[in-house]
Design a protein around this ligand. Structure first.
Ligand code: ZN
Length: 489
């Protein structure tokens, strides 16, 4: 049994995190623009209090004295101990400096991106990188400095392993992209898609996936995201454009994130285990619903007629097959967030390679634009016209969040592995999706992926469910089968 005092302290940490999450959600959905400065202070205060509680000697003593019984309690102590130790290794003054540097970099990054002026952002990225180097020095047990940074997002994964996996992925994707580029182009949806009707359809879709009005909200935000305050309070956000249906797919994506949090075992609430285990596994859930369900042929057998009914002009006279092709256009483009299912991971591989070189010190920040442009030519065969559409496009480096990008491609890889494992257990999955029925998929994910929360480490979870570690082969096989079929190559 865990002592009531330890349970109370761990519960408090979860509550502080939920309070911060609510303030962050509010900032991006409801807060009037002038509230930003005050909100920044409130959030900084909460972060400081949470850090103090996380690193408190008393928490360490309670963890030392704990006598966990059974798998769940052992996991609670193991994970809480790791969170506590990691937070204590970083001096408070370094943690605060990292926060300040990241908030200082926001404005210059936004201006640099808007005006195509990398030189303006450069000193801020150099400062963030230098602080990350000091952060890495706080941990002496990593094989590679980048391992320490990745550990905050994907515990247990090493740079060496990601290099290997991304190398295989790259080798498989580059020829597929080239073959698609040489094939007859896919048709384009004529549009427009009035936004009010998209919102209605998005809610209908979300409800079919598992959005439940008693425990979820959907609101508008500039950048769609999902946030959970507890398994019974899930917030997803959306953004729509009249020209295309990307907003609809973004909703499927965010609902996938939301379902993960919603289906964590309620017994784990307020224990440090009651949330997603890693960003890569989280992303596997959003990608699974967005791409493997939402862009599939059986899915559109059910939703195609509903789309046509709502958007007769938007769909035009495209046949069912051409509608499916239009929804699955593959084309090398400059911007990661707009990239399709096939080229997306190549954008991520580029960022991973550049980050590792910057952390190793083999790539200077001043040479980043040139290295970026050469990488885009290599990986996607396209010319980058300016840094706005190149190395300044993502917000992550302004926050100093190095080690985060790989989780996007890890999500694609893990989604494909989990999808294969699920397929073996649910042989009539396709027929169900074709009738708009997702209960069996949702239940399988709850049992095998969602319910354990952080109880099982990400690598062990994949091994338990799929019988192996991170492996790009299922993703490559699925993409080849699907897109060679759609493009007739
Ligand atoms: Zn996501």
């Amino acid at each position: 049994m865990l002592s009531p005092e330890l349970e109370a302290r761990l519960g408090e940490l979860t509550d502080l995190h939920a309070a911060g999450a609510l303030l962050g959600w509010d900032q991006q959905t409801m807060m009037p623009p002038a509230g930003g400065e005050a909100r920044g202070n409130v959030m900084a205060t909460l972060t400081t209090i949470a850090h103090e509680r996380q690193t408190d000697d008393e928490l360490g003593a309670l963890l030392d004295a704990a006598e966990p019984a059974g798998e769940t309690e052992q996991a609670i102590v193991r994970v809480a101990r790791r969170d506590h130790d990691k937070a204590r290794r970083v001096p408070a003054e370094l943690a605060a400096e990292m926060e300040r540097a990241s908030s200082r970099a926001q404005e210059p990054w936004a201006t640099a991106r808007a005006t195509n002026d990398f030189a303006l952002f450069r000193p801020f990225l150099e400062a963030n990188l230098e602080l990350r180097r000091r952060y890495v020095e706080c941990f002496d047990d990593a094989e590679h400095p980048y391992d320490t940074l990745m550990d905050n997002f994907e515990p247990g994964l090493t740079t060496a392993r990601v290099r290997e996996v991304f190398g295989q992925l790259r080798e498989g994707l580059v020829p597929l992209v080239a073959d698609i580029a040489a094939a007859e182009p896919a048709p384009v949806l004529p549009g427009p898609f009035p936004i009010a009707a998209q919102q209605e359809l998005a809610l209908e879709l979300a409800r079919a996936f598992g959005f439940d009005d008693g425990a979820w909200r959907m609101d508008l935000a500039v950048h769609p995201f999902a946030q959970s305050l507890s398994p019974q309070d899930i917030r997803v956000t959306a953004r729509y454009k009249e020209e295309d249906l990307q907003g609809l797919f973004a909703v499927m994506h965010e609902v996938g994130h939301g379902l993960y949090e919603h289906q964590v075992d309620p017994a784990l609430a307020r224990t440090t285990l009651g949330t997603g285990v890693s960003l890569g596994i989280h992303e596997s859930q959003s990608r699974l619903w967005e791409n493997l369900v939402g862009r599939s042929e059986p899915f559109w057998r059910h939703w195609g007629p509903r789309l046509r009914e709502r958007f007769p002009d938007g769909v035009g006279d495209l046949s069912d097959r051409d509608l499916l092709r239009a929804i699955n256009v593959v084309e090398p483009t400059l911007i990661r967030v707009d990239a399709d299912e096939v080229t997306y991971s190549l954008h991520v591989i580029l960022r991973f390679e550049l980050e590792v070189q910057m952390v190793e010190g083999t790539l200077a920040v001043k040479d980043l634009p040139e290295a970026w442009n050469a990488g885009m030519e290599d990986l996607l065969g396209i010319d980058v016209p300016d840094d706005t559409h190149g190395c300044l496009q993502d917000i992550h480096w302004s926050f100093g969040e190095l080690g985060y990008f790989p989780t996007y491609a890890i999500g694609n890889i893990a989604a494909a592995q989990l999808w294969d494992a699920m397929g073996a257990a649910l042989p009539d999955r396709e027929a169900q999706v074709a009738t708009g029925e997702y209960g069996a998929i949702r239940d399988w994910l709850r049992e095998h992926v969602h319910a354990p929360g952080r109880t099982v480490e990400p690598t062990a979870l994949l091994e338990r469910v799929t019988g192996g570690g991170l492996d790009p082969a299922p993703l490559l096989a699925q993409l080849n089968a699907k897109y060679r079929g759609l493009y007739g190559i």
